[in-house]
Every structure is written in C-alpha cells, then in structure tokens.
Design a protein around this ligand. Structure first.
Ligand code: SAM
Length: 303
C-alpha cells in the first residue's frame, strides 16, 4: 500500500491557485520538511513536554515514529500496534539496537514491542501506557472499527495523553488536482468542525480535555483553510498516574499477536563514574580495562 497521501507528494513544490479574498494568486504549495516529518516532530515535542515512560503508537505502519521515539531517554516501554502483520515483520529489524546502543548503553531500560492486532479489540497488555498516538489512522478505519476505537483507547487503555492526527478536509481545496480523498484507502476525511465534534464527544464520554492544532501550513493568505494535517491532543482529566491494572496476564485473553520484543542494552542501574584510584588499582592487578562502554555493559552490578 502506498502510505503517503497526496499532500506528501507536494514536497517538491506545486503551483496552486489560491483565492483567499476573491483575488486569485498563484502560490507554491510546499511543505518543508514534509508533512509526515512535521507530524513526527509534533509528537516528539509533546513527548519531551510530558516525559512519558510508556508510549504506544496505534496504527504504527512502518514504525517510523517508533524509530525516533526510541532515542527519547524518558521512555522505558515503547510499543507499536498495527493490523497489518507484513508491515510489522518488514520493519521490525529497523528497531533493533544499533552498535552505538551497545557502546553507550542507556541510563534507563527500554523494551520495544510490536503487536499485530486491531484497535477495535481490547488487549490487556495495552493498559499501562501513559502516552498513545494515532497518526493518520482513524481515516483508514471502517465505521464499525471507528465506533469501537474510543472505548478501547480512552476507556480501556486510558493513557494520560493521546495524540490523534487526521487530514483536514477543509485544506483539500488547496491540493492541486485532488479529486475525492487524498488516499485510496481513506474511508473519510473530516473537516475541522467534524474532528472537533468527535473530540468533544470523547471529552464528554471519557473525561478528556482536548486542544486542536495542526501541521503543514499552506501559503500566506490560506490561513482560513487551517493546517494540512489536524492534530488533537487529549489529556485525561485529573486522576493519578496510571498503574497497569494487570499484575499478571495468566489466564487472560491476549488477542494481539506479539511479533517483536526487543530489549535495549542499559547500564543496569550502574553508571561508572571516572575514578582514577580504581583504574590505578586495576593496573596494579594487571586487569584488562575494556573502556567505559564495554565495562558499563558487561560489568553488571553484583547482587
Ligand atoms: N501511523 C503511521 C505513520 O503516520 O507513519 C502509519 C499510518 S498508515 C497511513 C495507517 C496504518 O493504520 C496502516 O499501517 C494500517 O495497516 C493501520 N491500520 C488500519 N486499520 C487498522 C486497525 N483496525 N488497527 C490497527 N491498525 C490499523
């Protein structure tokens, strides 16, 4: 499936007719960086703001967002969920630790899981994530799945923060040559009013405050169309930080299929500080010193 919608093929610049105040003007519709990159950047900004420990990306596709999130030091658990098994198996290798991760292990642990499953279905392992993202997912959902999503996401999982992005149909007028939706697999594209109605429904039913923004600014004079991508940031009202409901999964129905479990090297709670006296003792004993990274990785603290 070609995952990039028409707006992302406008990166190189396309001439557009814009008539914001009845005056036709030719403008270049360009997104720099591309809109999908701007979406990931928006999420990274929010992760840095809220510092979540456990993040799940629903409809993660090619795992591009997960690849960026794994560098965030606050995150200790990262998961991706997608209904398409092939997209997960094709991309799981890209989430493996790099040599640099072994040379310079993280201060805190990081586990990455990929699950094959539908966002319409409740899996107990989805509870306990404090930050969830759904980037360009909802417009791909059939109406019955879309109907189940709020109960699964805001009711069952109930993360502290949820980010949802979707195309802004109001912006479509600015996209050259666009007939119908931006992508063949889209079931709908919502105007800003329609997306806000959905957000207000979630707020009323599940107790989430919501703010709307976007990425992918049109040319000057097109501000009234909004952003190319609309973003809703949901924040659970009040309540303590989430603690996983399930201390054991034994006997529970686990409908999602785990297709990857990746553990990153970490310092195991032991951060070796430079200590010249210790090095001197090592030399005297003739101990081979393997350097900071290797010792941090292999020298597990003794029990
Ligand atoms: N979020 C990714 C990104 O922004 O790069 C990928 C977005 S892609 C346009 C939509 C993804 O949603 C696809 O990978 C598709 O397989 C997935 N998807 C569609 N229906 C789904 C469902 N019911 N449950 C989970 N994922 C689903």
């Amino acid at each position: 499936m070609d995952e990039r919608d028409r707006t992302e093929r406008c990166e190189g610049g396309v001439e557009v007719d814009v008539e914001p105040a009845g005056v036709p003007v030719r403008k270049l519709l360009t997104f720099c960086p591309p809109v999908y990159v701007q979406r990931y950047q928006a999420v990274l900004g929010l992760v840095r703001q809220y510092q979540p420990q456990a993040v799940v990306d629903l409809g993660c596709g090619e795992c591009r967002l997960l690849q960026q999130l794994r560098w965030e030091p606050c995150i200790e658990r990262l998961a991706g969920v997608d209904v398409d098994r092939n997209v997960l198996t094709d991309n799981r290798q890209g989430l493996q630790p790099l040599i640099a991760d072994f040379l310079r292990p993280r201060a805190h642990p990081l586990k990455v899981h990929l699950f094959q499953g539908s966002v319409a279905i409740r899996d107990p392992r989805m509870v306990g994530y404090d930050f969830a993202t759904c980037l360009e997912l909802i417009e791909h959902l059939d109406s019955d799945v879309l109907h189940e999503l709020p109960g699964m996401l805001f009711g069952h999982m109930a993360p502290h923060i949820v980010i949802v992005t979707t195309p802004n149909a109001d912006f479509n007028e600015l996209i050259p040559g666009l007939v119908g939706f931006r992508h063949w697999d889209h079931r709908f594209e919502w105007t800003r009013r329609e997306f806000q109605n959905w957000g207000e429904y979630v707020d009323k039913e599940y107790g989430y405050g919501v703010t709307f923004s976007g990425v992918g600014q049109g040319p000057p004079g097109t501000e009234s169309y909004g952003f190319c991508t609309q973003i809703a940031v949901f924040k659970r009202r009040g309540g303590p930080p989430l603690i996983p409901l399930y201390t054991t999964l034994a006997g529970l129905d686990l409908p999602y299929d785990m297709v990857a479990e990746i553990t990153y090297p970490d310092q195991g709670g032991k951060i070796e500080l430079h200590n010249p006296r210790k090095q001197h003792r090592r030399k005297k004993r003739g101990t081979r010193h393997c350097g900071r990274a290797a010792s941090a990785h292999h020298d597990k603290p003794s029990p």
